[in-house]
Ligand binder design. Structure first.
Ligand SMILES: [Mn+2]
Length: 334
């Protein structure tokens, strides 16, 4: 509660703001950034948004998405306060932005990742929150300012995205209550939001999905499932690495699988890994062993090695975690 007040006081004391979020922004990144933008505007502040990557097409139904500018647009702009949302490190907003977008007074970090770095002058890190959007919702509530219609839509989109459409364990009774309130305030149809976000898939992405699913391997004990995506697949299907987003969630649906992983070969030959867990293995800790991070059930890391070696390393490490957990049957190292 104190953190919310500290942040609101800071907001009240300053006039110029810049907001930013992580590379390849997702629904929670865009949703939390735009809802905070609308809130600060409502408070009469001067606010600009700068992201390294463009707003994905499926989030362009959100009002004011085109107010988000790119890194080049920063120029000599120096806000008093820079708020970074949903990014576990400052570098996650992009190399250029993290060096050029400098506040004159304070750097604020709002995030819900358990492994979030406290890189801000003020850090509002709430790992128990379903999403960064939920934290922004609570911040606005704390201020007792009414949530506007457009703001409610942005917050709902973030909440929906980060809970996997209210399917994950972070979708609590409270999350559902907040969602219901936002639907009422925003006066939108939740099924339309769903269709906008999830049913605008380019055909190349479905072709990529087909190629990636064909690489499925399950370990002999049936507990670890892995897939991979290569640069050759991206070239063939006319897609890029961000098209892999979400595929790991499908791998996790295989019956009996405890850990699902999806390895993407990046342009520089390194391997980007997404991990999911059914709960027995803390994949946040597992990813941390490879200098990555995230949550207990969803995490990621990047390995500076070819993708086949990365798969071998990750599968071995996940196997070890499963062995350890069945042996000790108590607190988990991973
Ligand atoms: Mn998030």
């Amino acid at each position: 509660m104190r953190n919310y007040s500290t942040l609101l006081t800071l907001f009240e004391q300053h006039h110029t703001f810049a907001l930013s979020t992580h590379l390849n922004p997702d629904g929670d990144a865009i949703g939390s950034e735009m809802s905070l933008y609308l809130f600060l505007k409502r408070l009469g502040k001067s606010v600009k948004m700068f992201n390294t990557d463009a707003v994905p097409l499926n989030y362009r139904f959100l009002p004011f998405w085109d107010s988000i500018q790119n890194a080049q647009a920063v120029g000599t702009y120096r806000p008093e306060v820079l708020v970074v949302l949903d990014a576990s490190t400052l570098e996650r907003i992009g190399k250029t932005l993290s060096k050029t977008l400098l506040p004159t007074h304070a750097l604020v970090n709002i995030d819900h990742h358990a492994t979030a770095e406290a890189f801000g002058d003020i850090n509002l890190i709430v790992p128990s929150a379903s999403s960064t959007s939920e934290i922004v919702y609570k911040l606005i509530k704390h201020h007792q300012t009414p949530i506007g219609k457009a703001c409610a839509l942005c917050l709902y989109t973030g909440l929906m995205f980060d809970t996997g459409c209210f399917r994950y364990s972070n979708a609590t009774a409270e999350t559902h209550r907040i969602a219901a309130e936002l639907i009422e305030i925003g006066d939108f149809a939740p099924d339309e939001v769903y269709r906008n976000v999830y049913e605008q898939v380019p055909v190349g992405k479905i072709r990529l999905l087909s190629d990636v699913l064909r690489t499925l391997r399950v370990t002999d004990n049936g507990k670890i499932a892995s897939v991979y995506a290569t640069q050759a697949m991206f070239r063939k299907t006319g897609t890029t690495a961000d098209a892999v987003e979400g595929i790991v969630n499908q791998i996790q649906t295989v019956a009996g699988v405890e850990v699902a992983l999806c390895v993407t070969e990046l342009k520089d030959g390194s391997a980007k890994v997404s991990l999911r867990s059914q709960g027995q293995v803390d994949v946040g800790k597992l990813a941390a062993k490879f200098n990555g991070g995230g949550h207990a059930r969803a995490s990621g890391c990047r390995l500076m090695m070819p993708y086949p070696s990365a798969i071998t390393a990750l599968v071995a490490s996940a196997q070890e975690c499963i062995h350890q957990n069945t042996k000790t049957n108590k607190s988990r190292d991973c």
